[in-house]
Ligand binder design. Structure first.
Ligand SMILES: *Cc1c(COP(=O)(O)O)cnc(C)c1O
Ligand code: SF4
Length: 462
């Protein structure tokens, strides 16, 4: 058992666009930087809190500071023309309605749900889609609780930004825990439910409990793991230490284990700086003490962590704190991608170089990995076959499980940043999965496991 926390901690305060003129930290910004921040944050989500401001950002090194780049919208994140449009509106003190309207137009062009996310992955019960769920990989269902659709601060590169800027039609909204539990009762192939968001840890412990509880019921013994994706460990570590219901949360984690399920925190950690504070270390210590597995993942982002030393240090630190390095992701094809993208060839060099500097305990990390339409695609190497320079790619999670661990080749291209940029190699004219994916879109193909159409009542044996 973890000792109850005794000291009172800070009360969470979120700051956004309307606080730009009043935050003391921002007095260091130049007039142009403030203007740019006001212009870009009307389009891209901007949210920060006092812990990130005071403890994570090195204000002597802005704008280059990696955490500043991680959290603060920058001029270069919009196209020049869009940027100018927004700056003009701010300079001439346009009304909020006009600013919002201009911002919406730009947001619509920024493609928030790539990779067939919405169309292909939604599970159904009796033909009705279950809102707020995705079932792309056979063993794992993603669940987006409606009350976990925000975060303690926002990452500027986040592909979920449409959820945060109120573009309502694009929103996932999951309030169907019970329907999902009913679906899962019939889907014994599912071993994991992964709570995601936003950040599910934004929910109070009581609400989180109400969302998790249905999955602990009898009839769901095949469900082995409750996984929670979160950045609270680094954006608001007090969630696990001094917040009023922090102890309740840790007690609940222990209870989940007592009730026979694994509890895993999928922690988003972008930079080793985030694990250096006493606050984050204490949070990690308390989480690990409950028997919760902490697995760490992050995308590789230019200006934030595009450096092998940064990753090597981060992975070593994760292992030292009792966590498991899990994924290095390639930045998704969405939002201000051009600002953050790292070519696949460079990503592979960074990954390999970082891997060579850490012990086997940190080599659990897989990457660089793209969450693309066919599945999670690993850039596994570069080699030469029959005088042709090729990327060796590997499916590590397939939309079709028979694709798992399948290797395929693409022409080497030093500038390519995503699977879509790649061409098949060695005389093939398409990648092996393309025909099947086309059929999925055209024929309304659904994976065998994604439907629950039956005449039974489908009720859980409570
Ligand atoms: C990454 C991912 C998962 C989880 O995959 P693991 O490899 O088990 O961590 C589940 N669903 C989707 C859609 C994902 O992208
Ligand atoms: S914490 Fe996660 S969901 Fe929230 S903004 Fe960052 S990447 Fe997006």
């Amino acid at each position: 058992m973890t000792n109850p926390s005794t000291e009172a901690g800070p009360r969470f305060r979120a700051f956004g666009r309307k606080h730009i003129d009043s935050l003391p930290w921002l007095k260091r910004l130049s007039r142009d930087q403030v203007l740019a921040l006001k212009a870009v944050s009307a389009v891209l989500p901007f949210r920060v809190n006092q812990y990130v401001l005071a403890r994570l950002i090195d204000w002597s090194d802005i704008p280059a500071d990696p955490v500043y780049q991680l959290v603060f919208p920058q001029a270069g994140m919009l196209d020049r023309r869009d940027f100018n449009t927004m700056v003009d509106l701010v300079v001439r003190k346009a009304g909020e309605n006009e600013i919002v309207r201009a911002a919406r137009t730009i947001q619509k062009r920024m493609n928030p749900h790539p990779s067939g996310q919405v169309e292909l992955n939604v599970p159904r019960v009796d033909g009705e889609p279950i809102a707020g769920c995705q079932h792309k990989y056979r063993e794992t269902v993603l669940f987006f609780p409606a009350r976990g659709q925000t975060c303690h601060a926002y990452c500027t590169y986040c592909f979920r930004w449409a959820q945060f800027v109120g573009a309502d039609k694009l929103r996932f909204a999951g309030h169907e825990v019970d329907t999902l539990a009913r679906y899962l009762a019939r889907h014994t192939e599912v071993s994991d439910v992964l709570f995601t968001g936003g950040d599910p840890m934004i929910m109070s412990s009581a609400v989180l409990r109400s969302q998790v509880e249905p999955f602990l019921s009898p009839g769901l013994e095949h469900l082995r793991s409750i996984r929670i994706g979160t950045k609270a460990l680094t954006y608001w570590p007090f969630r696990f230490t001094t917040d009023r219901d922090a102890d309740d949360l840790l007690r609940f984690f222990e209870e989940i284990r007592r009730r026979g399920k694994q509890i895993a925190l999928m922690a988003h950690v972008s930079h080793p700086r985030e694990l250096e504070t006493a606050e984050a270390r204490e949070a990690m210590r308390r989480i690990v003490e409950t028997g919760t597995i902490v697995r760490c993942q992050a995308p590789l982002i230019r200006r934030v962590n595009d450096d092998a030393d940064v990753w090597a240090e981060m992975w070593s630190e994760q292992v030292r704190l009792g966590a498991v390095p899990d994924y290095m992701f390639v930045e998704r094809d969405t939002g201000p991608k051009h600002y953050f993208e790292v070519p696949l060839a460079k990503a592979l060099r960074i990954y390999s170089s970082a891997l060579s500097r850490v012990s086997g305990l940190a080599r659990t990390v897989r990457g660089p990995s793209m969450s693309a339409t066919p599945g999670k695609v690993l850039v596994d190497g570069v080699t030469t076959v029959d005088d042709e320079r090729v990327f060796v790619l590997k499916i590590i999670q397939g939309r079709d499980p028979t694709w798992t661990n399948r290797v395929f080749f693409a022409h080497f291209d030093s500038a390519a940043t995503w699977l879509d940029d790649l061409e098949p190699a060695l005389g093939e004219n398409e990648f092996f999965f393309e025909r099947e994916i086309r059929a999925m879109y055209e024929g309304g193909w659904r994976p065998g496991w994604a439907d629950l159409d039956d005449d039974d009542d489908g009720e859980m044996t409570a």
